[in-house]
Design a protein around this ligand. Structure first.
Ligand code: ATP
Length: 235
């Protein structure tokens, strides 16, 4: 069963076409990665899925068409986006940022979810009343992920979660994301420049070049692909 299915996705900015007909999927409970060089169209793909830019083609989440819908509807349908730059409100506290994460929830039962987030990210509990701007880069990434999870999504979109972070903290964050995937069954679509990291985390992978998918398959298979190894893995 597919959680996300994208068929013939085209999108761009004004007259400029960036995505030229992408087909890809995230399995139910799966982790998919989109790899590619700077400017290949990875960030644009996530924006297109979220309804932030106009699209052509079909995007289906758990059997429900979401292309052409407003971002807020797409969020309600079950997609949460952790954008590049993380989208944290620096002048607000950790608590306020987390409350904003739950803004579409009609129930008032967010406290147990906060506790669940503290289970994943104990540092957020320690920093709960602190301004987000005072957090380290890694803690800000944790806050951004926690905020997205408070929407109770079916699918989490992550744009370069490793960007600008030290290797140790990157490993910690990816280990937590693995738990989130396996314990909560949240599907993940992650865009990464760090191909090694992404291929070891994902079960399915796609390589993007100038808005087209040029390789697709199980992540371990792409990790053995000669061209990918030379261009992206450095061996
Ligand atoms: P990066 O790792 O640099 O973010 P990427 O694969 O995510 O790379 P995109 O950010 O999706 O690439 O960019 C794809 C193309 O779209 C690039 O040529 C870029 O210049 C262009 N582009 C991105 N954002 C805009 C925008 N807001 N307006 C116009 N063109 C844009």
């Amino acid at each position: 069963m597919k959680l996300l299915e994208v068929v013939g996705l085209e999108a761009g900015y004004g007259p400029t076409t960036v995505l030229r007909g992408l087909d890809f999927e995230v399995a139910e409970g799966g982790v998919t990665t989109l790899l590619g060089a700077n400017g290949a169209g990875k960030t644009t793909t996530l924006r297109a899925i979220c309804g932030m830019i106009p699209v052509r083609g079909q995007i289906t989440l758990a059997g429900q068409r979401i292309d052409g819908r407003a971002t807020e509807d797409i969020v309600r349908a079950g997609i949460a986006h952790v954008p590049d730059g993380r989208g944290t409100f620096m002048e607000l506290t950790v608590e306020e940022n987390m409350r904003l994460g739950a803004y579409t929830r009609r129930d008032r039962q967010i406290r147990p979810d906060f506790e669940r987030m503290f289970g994943y990210f104990p540092r957020l509990k320690q920093r709960f009343r602190q301004q987000a701007g005072t957090l380290s880069g890694g803690e800000q990434q944790m806050l951004a992920i926690a905020r997205a999870l408070l929407l109770r999504p079916k699918l989490l979109l992550l744009d370069e979660p490793s960007f600008g972070l030290a290797p140790l903290i990157v490993r910690e964050i990816f280990e937590i994301m693995r738990r989130i995937n396996s314990e909560d069954g949240v599907g993940i679509l992650v865009v990464e420049q760090n191909a090694n990291l992404a291929l070891s985390f994902a079960d399915r992978a796609y390589l993007l070049e100038t808005g087209r998918i040029v390789r697709a398959g199980p992540a371990d298979e792409l990790g053995r692909d000669e061209a990918i190894r030379r261009a992206y893995l450095g061996y």
